[in-house]
Design a protein around this ligand. Structure first.
Ligand SMILES: [Fe+2]
Length: 289
């Protein structure tokens, strides 16, 4: 499939169409997907794991992409950091994007590094006007470099900053509007943060900018008594299904994805969660028409 410039060309149908309920592509399911080609409309890949060229994982992705549409989802952008943007990271991401042609690229509205030290945690931001200016400038730089709008996700959080000047949902509205980026609305993250910080999840949900939502996420958390921890290690809980139902009623037909990243069950079990999301969409959407 390579040419003389060693550029990959994926044999597939132009740019992917992302519809319905997808799941995250995980190493544990590679063989089963390869052999059985299950009926799943699209997959989200953890793009940070495929940035190194020449790996078996990347070769698998080239083949995988011939059968399924994909979106990219990362944690390495650290868009909120005060460190300079990591141009080596962005260069690798752009090369992967050009080869694999995802429908879109998403990362998180947070910071994951400072002074060159990577935390591997999605750390929230102070919700201030000056942080908005900082983030908007960086999102614009990334979008200019990649040549497309990016999709930014709301994170779960366990702390708040005394310096914050506004609600998280107002911050998200300002950042997405001023940078003209898209939004990945993680419904589970809204619920987790609402319980940890005692705010009204419905107020947050209904404040989201409908025209900017490209995708929704669903996942399971752990209840530690004093707080909820967003582990992606459990089935989606009933309160989150309820919030998701309200999201479908309010925002309509938005692609939705099941995230399951630790204690990963069988592919069949993850697909059951996707089918549950699909059933809610099928029940609710005709009523919204
Ligand atoms: Fe998420």
């Amino acid at each position: 499939m390579g040419n003389q410039n060693s550029e990959k060309t994926i044999q597939t149908n132009a740019l992917p169409t992302i519809q319905g309920c997808g799941i995250g592509l995980r190493l544990e399911h590679f063989d089963e997907i390869k052999e059985q080609k299950p009926d799943i409309p699209w997959f989200e890949i953890l793009s940070d794991n495929y940035l190194i060229e020449g790996t078996s994982q990347r070769e698998y992705l080239y083949k995988f992409r011939e059968d399924y549409p994909v979106t990219f989802h990362g944690v390495g952008l650290s868009i909120g950091s005060t460190d300079p943007l990591n141009m080596d990271f962005l260069k690798s991401l752009k090369k992967l994007k050009d080869e694999v042609q995802p429908a879109w690229i998403s990362d998180h509205l947070c910071w994951t590094s400072a002074h060159g030290v990577v935390t591997h945690d999605l750390i929230p931001l102070p919700y201030t006007k000056s942080v908005i200016t900082h983030i908007v400038d960086r999102i614009k730089q990334v979008q200019d470099y990649l040549g497309e709008q990016i999709v930014i996700e709301n994170v779960s959080s366990y702390l708040q900053f005394k310096d914050s000047e506004m609600k998280e949902w107002d911050f998200i509205n300002e950042v997405t509007r001023k940078s003209d980026c898209k939004l990945l609305l993680d419904v589970n993250n809204i619920y987790v943060s609402s319980q940890n910080h005692l705010f009204d999840a419905d107020e947050y949900l209904y404040a989201m900018p409908q025209e900017r939502i490209a995708e929704m996420h669903l996942a399971g958390y752990e209840d530690h008594g004093t707080h909820l921890l967003d582990t992606h290690s459990r089935p989606v809980t009933d309160p989150v299904w309820d919030l998701f139902t309200k999201a479908v009623e309010h925002f309509g037909d938005v692609p939705v994805l099941i995230e399951w990243d630790s204690d990963i069950p069988s592919l069949q079990r993850v697909m059951e969660e996707a089918n549950k999301a699909k059933a809610i969409q099928q029940k609710v959407l005709p009523l919204c028409a």
